[in-house]
Write a protein that binds this ligand. Structure first.
Ligand code: LMR
Length: 397
């Protein structure tokens, strides 16, 4: 039965990370997967996470299943983190959530609930979007349309194109938005642009589905959620997929949450029950370890302070790397890279062709995606010159 199955191509992101790991060149540069790396090239464990983990292990008395919706402190901590402490939606009880296996699990549960409400619903995705969005939501049965988003010539958001395309979104449709730190392009909407999207959603009736996997890595926890919170204040229904992979560094613990913001609390409870039935069909119960750690960090005042200050440090460092990279690339390649400084979060496109990115790998052991998406958080003092020189060379300098 199984022998007829062919070997499939490697994942376009994870496959390149594996190719980099296998490259024997000690001077190789890995800018593939979106993982925060420190100056030593290590993906660090937050101090607050380490402490919460120690406390958790000391106090742990059981390995029995988690409740289907997950840990209560985690869920309330995540709702406050995403929606803000003064959120009217939280105060009026029109929010529910479930703990999920990572941000991918959160997207999947959101998609399952959308598909239960409207089988085969049309989801508008940005061009480009994170490549995994399509198989993740598509395997549930949802259909896709794309809206213009990134303009490669201006290296910014083609907002006119986005608005023109979304004019065709109807009350039966979902619009998938990146809450902040757009993956793959790093170009985000301004708050005024979020307000226009809110106007359109109000008038046309489409529902936003917001993926906020990078909250805290652009301009800070609250500013990164400002656009999403504006939608929540204005609209009756929104689904949010949140992740603790990047902002709490819990990549391998698979820790995330799907939030349902509804018209009233009985709809919020109904959607949570839908999510639980969907989760039971897919993975039954969420994993415990990461959510128990995150729940503690989010709700303990001392750990929270330590975490927020470490996260701010990461965010500042990424923004510093953006400036340093702009300077080095402009010197090496004699062209304008100022857009890198204005973009947010871990990713930017360098504006290279697929052929040029393949040459970077083959001739310089510099690994980025074929689209020239780089993980800015993988740059450090030891590799920035290699990177700039290599890019300069493939651009003919
Ligand atoms: C990325 O885009 O590199 C990250 O979100 C990791 C992943 O799963 O692709």
């Amino acid at each position: 039965m199984l022998e007829a199955l062919p070997r499939l191509l490697d994942d376009p992101i994870l496959g390149l990370a594996a190719a980099c790991r296998a490259d024997p060149n000690p001077g190789k540069v890995d800018l593939t997967v979106g993982i925060y790396m420190d100056e030593q090239g290590v993906c660090p464990v937050f101090d607050a996470v380490r402490q919460a983990q120690r406390l958790l292990i000391e106090a742990e008395t059981t390995k029995a299943y988690m409740p289907p919706a997950g840990d209560a402190s985690f869920n309330s901590g995540m709702q406050q983190l995403v929606l803000g402490e003064g959120s009217e939606a939280l105060r009026t009880g029109r929010v529910s959530s479930v703990q999920t296996p990572g941000g991918c699990g959160a997207l999947r549960i959101g998609a399952e609930v959308i598909n239960a409400a409207k089988p085969g619903a049309r989801v508008w995705v940005s061009d480009p979007t994170w490549p995994v969005h399509i198989p993740l939501l598509g395997s549930v049965g949802l259909q896709f349309e794309t809206y213009r988003y990134y303009d490669a010539s201006s290296h910014g958001v083609d907002f006119e194109g986005m608005v023109a395309d979304l004019k065709s979104a109807t009350r039966d449709d979902v619009v998938l938005l990146h809450g902040c730190c757009h993956n793959p392009c790093g170009a985000d909407l301004s708050i005024e642009q979020w307000a226009v999207i809110a106007d359109m959603a109000e008038q046309q009736g489409f529902m936003p589905f917001v993926d906020i996997a990078y909250q805290g890595l652009g301009d800070g926890l609250d500013r990164d959620a400002a656009g999403l919170r504006l939608l929540v204040d204005r609209l009756p229904e929104i689904i949010v997929a949140a992740s603790c992979s990047k902002n709490l560094g819990l990549y391998r613990e698979r820790t995330g949450a799907t939030l349902f913001i509804c018209n009233d609390s009985s709809s919020a409870q109904a959607l949570q029950s839908q999510a639980l039935v969907a989760a039971r069909r897919v993975y039954s119960m969420p994993p415990a370890h990461g959510a128990l750690i995150a729940g503690r960090v989010l709700t303990d005042a001392t750990l929270r302070l330590s975490w927020e200050s470490e996260l701010q440090g990461m965010c500042r460092r990424i923004n510093g790397l953006r400036s340093a990279l702009r300077e080095k690339l402009e010197l090496a390649a004699d062209r304008d890279f100022s857009f890198i400084e204005h973009e947010k979060g871990m990713f930017s496109f360098l504006g290279l062709s697929g052929e040029q990115t393949r040459r970077l790998r083959a001739e310089h052991s510099v690994y980025m995606l074929d689209s020239s998406r780089i993980n800015v958080a993988g740059v450090n003092a030891a590799n920035i010159d290699t990177l700039a020189r290599a890019v300069g060379q493939v651009l003919g300098h």
